[in-house]
Design a protein around this ligand. Structure first.
Ligand code: DGJ
Length: 716
């Protein structure tokens, strides 16, 4: 890893383990030269095609393009001055190279663990007329083929200006015939893979919901037309942010593709006073010459080890039972204890008490904000129920939805101004709840004191942080008129600040984020909470797609996956316990059903699942993921986990609907050492080369919803 600066030619060359990224100062502009497979740094790098030999800005590949003087494509930023003008022009001013990676003020970001871990190039651009300075940051990593980019916009002028747009990254590339690939969906149908060719004009995804959303994940890749799981070029873009975002690719008439990623400029209007600065979120860009699998493994390792933080980052995650689908709001302390008792007998390690333990919360219409235990359900209080669970040998976890407020709550009655709203306008409810105004420091203080008080007085090992609606009427009673266009972003900054304080004050607690399932499954959340509830859909067939899609970017250690009851509560499907177990074991494993209702036979099967997961969980959670068969293309799905030393692996195979006349199944494995011999449990001993090239065959599975798991171990 290194940052080379060629002072003679003013070429900046960032080298990762296998990638290069290059820029040059030309005509005073910062111009993009190259991003792709690694180039040596010892030859003449000049003359790459993007260097302008003219001054037509519409054909120059600027790294942070402006609006107003001849580049008619989408700009990376836009300002508005007191005189009403909206144009500007950034020229190169200087650079600095910083060992490691500086923190991003108030925002989640990938980090370096030491000065040898990463190196950061900061390039300074300025608009002389307005006094706007822009610092572009580029970090390269010693062990990851990723580049983390962000921008800091500083008002060095004498008056205030308004930021109308401030994206994190912009890049002009010569790949107009590539495909756009992204993750789309809906509540309980998250992360479905979408792929379509780019064409003239714009391909864009984004969110205006105040949260990253179930609908479109803040991830976007450009892939070569033939690129697949193991071959072809892939350029990935992932935004470390949980609110409104935009990612787009614009193909211009000259065949250049401008890729932009960052805060959604829609409804964004930020006042930047003289001397103030604005830090954009970070975009993490990953290049892979080895298809989607290569890209995913880079994101997985980077996000698992340099985005997730805290003492749980590298620890094996507990097997849990959550009472939501078991009881919904209808439980009492004895019921909780009974489920936990069965959990203890089966080998489960953590009990999670979900929604309904506080206020008068017997359904979803009331009490959010009143984080006081409901003594009708839990007469001995939270501490009592936690201790009863602990005495059975399980840790205790608790659900919160801190960002919300029910109109029917004591909190709302005493602070009607604490929710997001616009005076004189209707306050739109969703799930009968409003959203707390997280841009207010008094709201954050209340939440910190209340939650921290509970965390300190009850033996809590795990917190599920839920968030169950999008933001509407985005306005704040605490901010003056000229700041109202800032509230959506200030909301996110407030959430991040609260999460930072709480996780720092309670480092022992394992936090899992959730937003009606995967509504905020994004890198921003993973910085504070190392795992996320992947989807409210717990049906094992639906989960094949959801987990496969989510794994494009996010590590398995981040994905919550539970065995639930049949018929499934979301889709009404009956699938066997074996398939439900195998799908859930491909993530952070748990159960979400009434364990006391298991038959004797089911209990024995569940005990075996739990035993197996305990044996393999470090492999699943910390190993490398290889996707073998996509559930989006066939009635099958398959993936495998390989240990870092390639001594051990675990492969899963799923058959959704049975197909006639299919005598044997053939599965080609990946990621093994071709020179090692492996024992595939129950099948035989084979060379790694044979397993990966010829594959293993096994008897055809019969019946719908069939699955198999293969433990694979190197033998000497
Ligand atoms: C939505 C979550 O995704 C569910 O798991 C559950 O916690 C409910 N909220 C509770 O209201």
């Amino acid at each position: 890893m290194s940052v080379h600066v060629h002072e003679q030619t003013m070429i900046f060359h960032l080298q990762g383990p296998h990638t290069s990224y290059m820029m040059q100062v030309a005509g005073g502009y910062l111009v993009h030269l190259y991003w792709g497979a690694k180039l040596r740094d010892d030859r003449n790098l000049e003359g790459l095609p993007n260097v302008p030999n003219h001054d037509n800005l519409d054909q120059i590949s600027q790294e942070y393009p402006q609006y107003g003087n001849g580049d008619f494509r989408e700009p990376a930023y836009q300002i508005k001055l007191a005189d009403g003008s909206r144009i500007s022009e950034l020229k190169y001013k200087g650079y600095r190279v910083v060992p490691g990676k500086p923190k991003l003020e108030g925002l989640p970001a990938v980090y370096a663990e030491s000065e040898e871990d990463a190196e950061t190039l900061v390039i300074i651009l300025g608009d002389d007329y307005s006094g706007l300075t822009v610092e572009l940051s580029y970090t390269v990593f010693a062990e990851h083929d990723a580049i983390a980019r962000s921008a800091r916009l500083i008002n060095n002028g004498s008056g205030s200006l308004r930021l109308l747009r401030a994206l994190s990254a912009s890049l002009d590339m010569d790949i107009p015939n590539y495909d756009a690939l992204y993750l789309a969906g809906a509540w309980s149908r998250e992360a479905h893979l979408q792929r379509r060719p780019l064409g003239p004009g714009t391909t864009a995804i984004g969110s205006k919901r105040g949260m990253s959303g179930h609908q479109l994940n803040p991830f976007f890749a450009l892939v070569s037309p033939q690129a697949g799981e193991d071959q072809g070029e892939v350029f990935g873009f992932s935004l470390v942010y949980s609110g409104n975002f935009l990612a787009e690719a614009e193909v211009d008439p000259m065949g250049k593709v401008r890729v932009l990623m960052g805060l959604n400029p829609f409804d964004f209007d930020w006042q930047l006073d003289a001397g103030d600065s604005f830090q954009t979120p970070e975009a993490v860009m990953v290049y892979s010459a080895a298809g989607l699998g290569g890209m995913s493994r880079t994101y997985h390792k980077l996000y698992r080890t340099r985005l997730a933080r805290g003492m749980h980052r590298d620890k094996e995650r507990p097997i849990l039972v959550n009472n939501w689908e078991a009881t919904y709001f209808n439980f009492n302390a004895d019921k909780i204890e009974a489920i936990a008792k069965t959990g203890a007998e089966l080998g489960i390690e953590l009990f999670v008490l979900d929604d309904g333990w506080f206020g008068k919360r017997n359904d979803d219409t009331t009490s959010l904000g009143d984080w006081v235990v409901d003594k009708n359900k839990l007469p001995g209080g939270l501490r009592d129920v936690a201790e009863r669970v602990n005495r059975l040998g399980l840790k205790f976890g608790l659900w919160f939805e801190p960002e919300m407020i029910s109109p029917d709550s004591d909190l709302y009655r005493s602070h009607p101004d604490w929710c997001l709203h616009v005076p004189g306008r209707r306050r739109t409810l969703a799930r009968t709840q409003s959203v707390l105004d997280m841009s207010r420091s008094d709201v954050r203080e209340y939440l910190f004191a209340t939650l921290s008080g509970i965390f300190s007085s009850v033996p809590i090992a795990y917190v599920k942080w839920d968030m169950n609606r999008s933001l509407t009427e985005i306005g704040s009673a605490a901010w003056s008129a000229e700041h109202q266009g800032e509230i959506a972003h200030r909301y996110m900054l407030g959430v991040y600040e609260l999460m930072e304080r709480l996780t720092a004050a309670h480092p022992d607690i394992l936090f899992e984020s959730c937003a009606s399932g995967g509504g905020r499954f994004d890198p921003g959340m993973l910085y504070y909470m190392p795992q996320t509830w992947t989807s409210d859909d717990t049906d094992s067939v639906e989960r094949l797609k959801i987990q496969y899609g989510t794994s494009l970017v996010y590590p398995v250690s981040a994905m919550g996956a539970h065995v639930s009851a049949v018929p499934n509560h979301q889709v009404g499907r009956f699938t066997p316990l074996s398939m439900r177990g195998n799908v859930a074991m491909s993530g952070n494993f748990g159960y979400e059903l009434d364990l006391t209702k298991f038959s004797e036979e089911e209990r024995e099967e569940v005990k075996k699942q739990i035993e197996l997961y305990k044996e393999v969980r470090s492999l699943v959670q910390q190993g490398e993921l290889y996707r073998l068969i996509s559930p989006f293309e066939t009635q099958e799905a398959s993936w495998m986990f390989v240990s870092q030393d390639r001594e051990e692996a675990l492969a899963f195979y799923f058959k959704v609907l049975a197909e006639p006349f299919k005598p044997t199944q053939l599965l080609r494995l990946k990621g093994l050492d071709p020179d090692l011999e492996y024992e595939v449990e129950g099948i035989g001993v084979f060379g790694g080369d044979r397993l990966m090239n010829a594959g293993i065959s096994f008897p055809a599975l019969t019946g719908d919803y069939a699955s198999r798991v293969f433990q694979i171990k190197a033998v000497r």
